[in-house]
Design a protein around this ligand. Structure first.
Ligand code: PEP
Ligand code: MN
Length: 361
């Protein structure tokens, strides 16, 4: 037989052996899964180091070569770990993940469905400032059919000397405005001890970027039964955002809306860098609705319209936009808020471009 023919023959045999090994590995994995189930019923630990050592010793004892004992140990250790990993994988899947729930979570607030295929607009000023300011903005937003009113009463400001928000008085003002104009209230709560009190005023509890990993706040928000708008921390990974959402959902509050609001990078042209890819990734990984804050991510009014279209094009379930009757005198984020005529033009543009009808990415 020629060398090339013999090589071909060996290759065919190797292919066959590979398939046999794969078949055996799969059968082994199924048995491991079954034993895992039995252990679960009995309440015993899945990983059994004594049993594993016994199996390795038996294999080394039976080792016919040409592999040395260490290699045999190493190879089988990998197989054992992969089987254990299979069980861990099932256990590890987060409640917020698509692995646990395939269909989208739809959150209904004030007759508006978030995550139901039709994008929503959440609008309002950065901070609640005065009754007049809220009334003017409420009236302007109502003209555009806005049903979800945002406005901060507790403002987590970088400088302690900047306006800190009106606190409870701010919550009262935004509630009154929302009631007058038939809207729901979304407002940030910064302290775990204020969650309970806020239930009388807000329809959605906002947890801001700076508090995304305030675990006590997350736990408290998980203990109540109000939807939570959870913003991504400016230095948080997508995975960390999902874990933060898990804190809330694992306590029984299943209505969480995720929000991409830009992350901190070296780029100075925008206030933050909008991580547009986070939107389809979050939509793939999680069943929770995902919205984009186009105001805080860009900090620039001149690019808000194309950014809004981009967010909706990649599958965002909605947008947050800051609108103030007189942005130049706003007590916070004066540069980035739209005034009412600007917001009207923005909405007209979105309607005309068809993006508000819901597009599939
Ligand atoms: C806000 O939405 O009011 C806010 C402070 O945003 P962020 O937490 O994303 O900075
Ligand atoms: Mn703001």
């Amino acid at each position: 037989m020629k060398t090339s023919e013999r090589m071909e023959e060996i290759r065919l045999q190797l292919d066959e052996i590979n398939l046999e090994i794969l078949g055996l590995l799969s059968r082994r994995a199924e048995l491991v899964q079954e034993i895992g189930e039995l252990k679960k019923q009995k309440g015993t630990e899945r990983f059994d180091p004594i049993r594993e050592k016994e199996m390795l010793d038996n294999l080394v004892e039976a080792n016919p070569g040409p592999f040395d004992d260490n290699t045999v140990r190493h190879l089988f250790k990998q197989i054992f770990q992969a089987s254990l990993g299979l069980m861990e994988e099932e256990k590890k899947a987060l409640l917020v993940s698509r692995k646990k729930q395939a269909q989208d979570t739809v959150i209904e607030i004030n007759g508006v469905r978030i995550g139901g295929g039709q994008p929503v607009i959440i609008a309002g000023p950065c901070s609640v400032e005065t009754r007049e300011q809220m009334d003017t903005v409420g009236a302007g937003l109502q003209m555009q059919g806005i049903k979800l009113l945002r406005g901060g009463a507790y403002k987590p400001r970088t400088s302690p000397y900047d306006f800190q928000g009106l606190g409870k008085k701010g919550l009262e003002l935004i509630r009154q405005t929302a009631d007058k104009y038939g809207m729901a209230v979304i407002s940030e709560i910064v302290s775990p001890s204020d969650i309970e009190m806020s239930l009388d005023y807000v329809d959605v509890i906002q947890i801001g970027a700076r508090n995304m990993q305030n675990f006590e706040l997350l736990k408290e928000a998980g203990n109540v039964r109000k939807p939570v708008l959870l913003k991504r921390g400016m230095s948080a990974t997508i995975e960390e955002l999902l874990f933060a959402a898990e804190y809330i959902v694992s306590r029984g509050n299943e209505r969480v809306i995720l929000c991409e609001r830009g992350i901190r990078t070296y780029e100075k042209a925008t206030r933050n860098t909008l991580d547009i890819s986070a939107v389809p990734i979050l939509k793939q990984e999680s069943h929770l609705p995902v919205i984009v804050d186009i105001t805080h991510s860009t900090g620039r009014k001149d690019i808000m319209f194309p950014i809004a279209k981009a967010a909706l094009a990649v599958g965002a379930d909605g947008l947050i936009v800051e609108v103030h009757p007189e942005p130049s005198v706003a007590l916070s984020d004066a540069k980035q808020q739209m005034d009412i005529p600007e917001f009207n033009r923005f909405m007209k543009g979105l309607q005309e471009s068809g993006y508000l009808q819901g597009v599939s990415p």
